[in-house]
Design a protein. Structure first.
Length: 75
């Protein structure tokens, strides 16, 4: 089953789910089915076998405190 990234506008959460095309996923935080599938860049192995970076930089603060490979929330 493919792994997809979703955003839930009602509660503003972002999450990943394993879903089939025929499934209608719901937000694990609030249960809403009004979720949006996000576009994710596919990764492929590098030619020399080295690992790929998770993220090149943090998103601007106007996009929220967290992003792929980056989180500004106090830990």
């Amino acid at each position: 089953m493919p792994l997809f990234e979703f955003h839930c506008p009602p509660c503003r959460s972002q999450f990943e789910l394993l879903v089939r095309n025929s499934e209608k996923p719901a937000c694990p935080e609030c249960g809403s089915v009004k979720i949006e599938k996000l576009l994710s860049a596919p990764a492929r192995p590098s030619a020399n076998g080295s690992s790929l970076p998770i993220a090149s930089s943090c998103p601007p603060p106007s996009h929220g405190p967290c992003g792929t490979g980056c989180c500004r929330l106090p830990g």
